[in-house]
Ligand binder design. Structure first.
Ligand code: VGL
Ligand code: ZN
Length: 197
């Protein structure tokens, strides 16, 4: 059984959004076209409270893209983005939502970020996706969406470590590419056996 996991194709990650990924919206048509080929389609949605601790605005004297130490490890500080219920948190208007079996929200706890669709950034708090996939007998995952070097990469690495067969379709992703993050993400995924096409 196969699933297409569509990571965070939301307005804030598209041009004009608060954390825009260059040409992020260009992945939408390709992702829609891929959906019929999979047994299951799962969409993830970055979904932060307005005072989320990953926002630079919550840390006096800090600017977006600076790094801080959180109790669970290093954390990049972001511009406010994907605030629960905002237009920025909505899926891109052209993304086909009808085909989705499940929409998984993540990053909703104020004190911890969640790049991965499987675990929050402490790498231990589960989102529930592993249980969902397991109970449906899904073992083959193809990941697409935004951003290649953060939520796609963290999800792919966690999935591979959990034992799934993981493919990332690079063409249907876009990177933030901040401070070498795209290359680092690629190396990390390959080290854990993720297939990059
Ligand atoms: C993401 C940074 C912050 C992503 C989410 O979807 O890649 N990146 N929140
Ligand atoms: Zn986020």
């Amino acid at each position: 059984m196969s699933a297409l996991i569509v990571i965070d194709v939301q307005n804030d990650f598209c041009p004009g959004g608060n954390l825009a990924v260059p040409t992020g919206d260009a992945v939408v048509a390709q992702i829609n076209a891929m959906m019929p080929a999979f047994d299951a389609v799962i969409l993830t949605q970055d979904w932060h409270p307005g005072d989320h601790s990953s926002f630079a605005s919550q840390h006096a004297g800090k600017a977006p893209m600076e790094q801080i130490q959180m109790p669970y490890g290093p954390q990049v500080l972001w511009p406010d983005h994907c605030v629960q219920g905002s237009d920025g948190a909505s899926f891109h208007p052209d993304l086909n939502l009808d085909r989705a079996d499940m929409i998984l929200r993540k990053g909703y706890r104020r004190l911890i970020d969640s790049y991965s669709a499987f675990f929050e950034n402490d790498h231990t708090t589960p989102t529930g996706l592993d249980g969902y996939l397991r109970s449906r007998g899904i073992k083959d995952l193809t990941l697409v969406g935004l951003a290649f070097d953060f939520c796609v990469a963290f999800s792919a690495v966690d999935a591979a470590r959990l034992g799934y067969n993981v493919t990332v379709l690079r063409d249907a992703t876009r990177a933030i590419d901040f401070d070498g993050s795209a290359r680092a993400a690629q190396i990390a995924m390959q080290a854990d056996g993720v297939t990059l096409i």
